[in-house]
Write a protein that binds this ligand. Structure first.
Ligand code: 5GP
Length: 182
């Protein structure tokens, strides 16, 4: 195990099983619908890459890059779009794929921004939900795991850009925060 990982919160096996279940649900719910999976870079990449291969439907995917004003661990709710979608979305059902919903402020902004573009629908799938910290009125339509209020890394989630490639979700030790700064 990595030096700074205190414990594994969700194993690689459990991630795989849950992502397959979510893929099956989406396959049922979106049958016959034109689906666009919208990944939010960078954290959602491993989750999205696994999820799309569990969805047995034709689909398109695209990415957005959002930047939240505030520091790297605290979202402020004021969001800038650094990379936008490639095409218009008026004839598609959008499913936003997120790594984690924390305060929900980023997602609330994004959902409203997308709704203003008149897609057929906008729903949200998140791998992890930290509901205890919610500030915005956001409930994911699909949720992989509800987790406690701890800072997690791995499977796309970073601390200072590290740990994204861990194949599991782990809790970072306090020493990592102290030695590397926020
Ligand atoms: P919010 O929901 O507060 O607007 O922001 C969500 C974003 O905050 C996530 O996409 C992620 O980048 C970051 N975040 C929130 N909680 C955690 C966490 O426990 N670990 C990591 N690595 N990032 C987090």
């Amino acid at each position: 195990m990595e030096k700074y990982i205190g414990r594994v919160l969700i194993s690689r096996e459990d991630l795989g099983k849950r992502v397959a279940e979510l893929g099956a649900e989406i396959t049922r719910d979106y049958a016959g619908k034109k689906l666009l999976i919208l990944g939010i870079l960078k954290g959602a990449v491993p989750f999205m890459a696994d999820l799309i291969r569990e969805i047995k439907l034709p689909l398109a995917y695209d990415f957005m890059i959002l930047s939240s004003y505030g520091d790297s661990t605290q979202s402020s709710g004021v969001v800038r779009i650094l990379r936008d979608l490639e095409s218009s979305v008026e004839d598609v059902h959008i499913l936003i794929a997120e790594d984690i919903i924390d305060t929900g402020l980023t997602l609330k902004y994004l959902r409203e921004n997308l709704r203003a573009r008149n897609p057929l629908s906008v729903k949200v799938i998140t791998l992890l939900d930290k509901a205890a910290r919610r500030k915005a009125d956001i409930t994911p339509d699909y949720n992989g795991f509800s987790i406690p209020d701890e800072f997690v890394v791995g499977y796309g989630l970073d601390f200072n850009e590290k740990y994204r490639n861990l194949p599991y979700i782990g809790v970072l030790k306090q020493e990592a925060h102290e030695e590397e700064g926020p």
